[in-house]
Design a protein around this ligand. Structure first.
Ligand code: 26Q
Length: 822
């Protein structure tokens, strides 16, 4: 790892106390006697922000004077969570702040709870972006994150009578102490209108886009503090605002109100995050959001480049690399072509050369329904010039395909950016591969499937282009900050450098059999379970047994992630306990956290089913000493930070081949949870690291899934041949869990039978159930379990996002660190 150890804090306790009180007085206009926790939170943030901004100024100066090459991480989502605790840890001021507030009679823990999550993302992809910018700053890499300043992040989930209700998320209602508005860097973005073809004197055809409207993009900068506090990069998020242009005619004609309506439309662009993951919506506003932030960001990059290099484009690709986080920002490719060809008047080939040296693309999914496609008609309406450019890119690419596979029209129609269906569609994945110099998947198996199944011909055409970068997570947030007790224990054993060099955790392996260390490690786990039990009590009213196994599945609700397979197994245990009251199992608490996309009916039905089954089981005195089920509402980053340290078992049970990587699997294992998982995504690499003895692998492999589907999978076979499966599914159709309302849970059953069980829950059920019996036996052997838990923490070094970033730097970005002087 490149970064050095965090240095002594820049402030001592007395100075920090004084700064907090000063902000209480001068920024918040209150005093120590009147201030509530919210005011203390804001004052503490303001005091910390002073140091953050000092680091930001120094970093920007260094980057400017060294004229550094930088990565520009384009992502529609950044799931940052809370920033105060993270920033204090990265500045090595956490202890100081704790002591300072204690002396002021204030609890830091309570103050931290005041901060709303910055939930500008759906799940894995958005959180990955947040971990990556943390690692980039820590490793002192010149980098900037570009995204959207959503007014409302991912919806807040409430559970009413067992069902999910969506409420708006208003993270900025009382002001965000971290963000800085930069009106001096406002950009303008064009939309709609038409393209005029002109003939220049040199005979060159010139295209001019006459936009129908123009919106402003206002940048808000969030400082990103690296661990050690040296490099402070920025996350720049664009907010849309009416430009006032094209409204003047209406305005002058007395149309004051009509002009305000246009303002509202412009300001709608950055209003709300789309709550879908792994599914395409095809909504016009979504495309406008994507173009809006890409166009603002490209203008920003080019303005900065020109400040240093003028109109000479020859060094652009030495200075700028743009990483596309999935295809959501793929419209940046034709946008850069438009700027180079129409505005800078470069010839096409030169422009294309620049483009294809600038962009790299990360694929996060193989699910066909999640591959982005936009109707050509929609693009033509919103971005008429971009559609022309896409056609030109495609035309030239088709000529290359013809050279490689002469006369092969099947390959042409497969590789074409344009899908010639009844409604012409633009395939953003194909555009991204063609317009990028590198394409990566996010775990070994996923990248292999990207090569073999998704883009095999592209791999033949450009054998160097497709590669792998396995995901990672920042150990600063996901161990040091969220699990202070375990962190302190680790510090005591192996020193305090592991947050920067996570492979050092292997030094814990020698203590895996040590009785004293096992006791200490499991005591930390137990204390974390007690703390989570308290949270469960506050959020649900339920008292859980802290001697039970805490078995946790936390992730977005999706059929491929198979929360309903977990539910079937819970129902099996319930039934076994009812049929045989002395059924031998260690008590277990099954804990879920999951949001469903608001339009995904079956996902919402599964949430409802989990809640109804939970209600029944938790209130059934025949079983509730052994079996409890908890659905924690409003799963989000800050709740994950409370759940993960308390997990004994991590559920990673997606159908093999469907989960690109997973990152929750890494967070849980790092905190000493043992995985029950399929051979899917990064589970495979986790199994390689921890070894077969320290993980419970079950279920069909990718090849076996393909083979079963090829032969023709019939869930009925399992239903009729397996009495337990039949009984459980039939049970779901009765009114046992929904008294007076038979059939209320039937959709879950039917998705697994007449619905065809597309994700093979029934095929994997027996294997899953057997793996869970092994978990039970292992847990009862206290020594064995402690060893397994320790080995999981010890062997997670590979999954630091610092390693992912190093892989990107070496295989994709070709960056060098820039040391920022303090
Ligand atoms: C689609 C249409 C309209 C609006 C939004 C979307 C949309 C939004 C988010 C589509 C997909 C996403 C997010 C996908 C995602 O989080 N994928 C996950 O990425 C992780 C990081 O690489 C992986 O670990 C997970 O396996 C993968 O599911």
């Amino acid at each position: 790892s490149t970064a050095a150890a965090p240095e002594t804090p820049k402030l001592d306790k007395g100075e920090l106390k004084a700064a907090i009180v000063r902000h209480l007085h001068c920024t918040l206009g209150t005093d120590e006697n009147k201030a509530n926790n919210h005011a203390w939170w804001k004052a503490t943030c303001a005091a910390i922000q002073e140091l953050v901004l000092e680091g930001l100024r120094k970093t920007q100066k260094s980057h400017y004077f060294n004229d550094t090459r930088a990565v520009h991480y384009f992502s529609a989502e950044f799931l940052m969570g809370r920033l105060l605790s993270n920033n204090m840890h990265n500045l090595n001021l956490f202890e100081t702040a704790n002591d300072a507030l204690t002396e002021l009679g204030i609890s830091l823990t309570d103050v931290l709870e005041e901060e709303p999550d910055m939930a500008l993302g759906n799940g894995g992809l958005g959180r990955l972006a947040a971990c990556f910018i943390d690692s980039l700053a820590t490793m002192e890499m010149p980098a900037i994150g570009y995204g959207i300043h959503y007014e409302h992040g991912l919806f807040r989930q409430e559970i009413k009578n067992g069902a999910q209700i969506e409420r708006p998320d208003s993270w900025r209602d009382y002001g965000n102490p971290w963000e800085i508005c930069r009106p001096e860097s406002i950009q303008e973005v064009s939309l709609y209108g038409y393209v005029e073809t002109k003939y220049g004197d040199n005979g060159r055809i010139q295209k001019e886009w006459h936009p129908g409207s123009i919106v402003k993009g206002v940048p808000w900068d969030i400082p990103v503090v690296g661990y050690g506090g040296k490099t402070v990069n920025v996350l720049r998020l664009w907010q849309s605002q009416s430009s006032g242009y094209f409204n003047w005619d209406v305005f002058n004609a007395g149309g004051y109100v009509d002009a305000q309506v246009e303002n509202v439309q412009a300001e709608t662009i950055s209003k709300v995050l789309y709550p879908n993951d792994e599914t395409e919506a095809g909504k016009e506003l979504r495309l406008i959001q994507q173009y809006f932030f890409c166009a603002c960001s490209l203008k920003d990059i080019i303005r900065r480049y020109k400040r240093a290099h003028g109109d000479d484009w020859s060094r652009f690709t030495d200075q700028v690399v743009i990483q596309l986080n999935d295809t959501h920002p793929a419209i940046a490719i034709p946008e850069l072509m438009r700027i180079l060809v129409d505005r800078a008047e470069l010839d096409w080939d030169k422009a294309w050369q620049i483009c294809t040296k600038t962009f790299a693309y990360t694929n996060h999914t193989l699910l066909p329904e999640a591959l982005e496609k936009w109707p050509a008609r929609m693009l033509e309406k919103i971005l008429p010039r971009h559609l022309e450019i896409i056609y030109e890119i495609n035309h030239r690419f088709m000529a290359e395909v013809e050279k490689k596979w002469p006369g092969d029209n099947a390959i042409k129609s497969k590789l074409s950016i344009i899908e010639e269906s009844s409604e012409k569609m633009v395939r953003m994945g194909n555009l991204s591969v063609i317009g990028s110099f590198r394409v990566n998947g996010v775990a070994e198996i996923h990248s292999m499937l990207v090569k073999k199944n998704l883009f095999p011909e592209f791999d033949q055409l450009w054998p160097e282009k497709l590669t792998n970068v396995t995901n990672g997570i920042t150990p600063r947030r996901w161990l040091k900050a969220c699990n202070p007790a375990l962190s302190a224990l680790i510090d005591k054993k192996i020193g305090d450098q592991w947050p920067l060099n996570l492979s050092q955790l292997t030094e814990l392996a020698v203590y895996a059999d040590n009785k004293t260390f096992q006791k200490q490690f499991m005591k930390v786990k137990q204390d974390n379970k007690v703390a989570l039990a308290q949270t469960i009590k506050e959020l649900t009213g339920l008292t859980v047994n802290t001697d039970a196994i805490f078995d946790i599945q936390i992730k977005r609700l999706h059929e491929y992630k198979r929360q309903h397979l977990n539910l079937l197994h819970i129902l099996a245990l319930y039934r076994r306990l009812l049929e045989n009251p002395s059924y031998d199992m260690h008590p277990r608490v099954f804990i879920f956290g999951a949001k469903a996309a608001p339009g995904y009916t079956l996902a919402k039905d599964i949430i409802f089913a989990i809640n109804k089954v939970a209600e029944k089981i938790n209130n059934d005195p025949r079983v509730n000493t052994k079996l409890q089920v908890v659905f924690l509402p409003n799963y989000r980053v800050s709740l994950a930070e409370k759940m993960i340290p308390a997990a004994d078992v991590s559920e990673q049970i997606s159908t093999a081949g469907k989960e690109a990587s997973g990152t929750g699997n890494m967070k849980l294992a790092l905190n000493g949870a043992v995985t029950v998982g399929t051979l899917d995504g990064a589970n495979i690499e986790i199994a390689e690291e921890v070894g077969d003895d320290n993980i419970f692998i079950f279920g069909l492999t990718v090849d076996e899934v393909a083979e079963l589907k090829r032969k023709g999978y019939s869930p009925d076979d399992y239903y009729y041949k397996n009495a337990e499966i039949k009984a459980i599914l039939d049970w779901l159709e009765t009114d046992y869990f929904t008294p007076g309302k038979p059939g209320a849970l039937a959709s879950v059953k039917h998705s697994l039978l007449s619905g065809g069980d597309p994700y093979l829950c029934l095929a994997d059920f027996d294997s899953y159930s057997a793996a869970q019996e092994q978990v039970d036996a292992a847990y009862r052997d206290k020594t064995r379990w402690a060893k397994m838990a320790i080995m999981n923490t010890a062997m997670m070094g590979k999954f630091t996002s610092d390693r992912s970033i190093k892989d990107y730097v070496d295989r994709v970005w070709n960056l060098t660190a820039c040391i920022v002087e303090n």
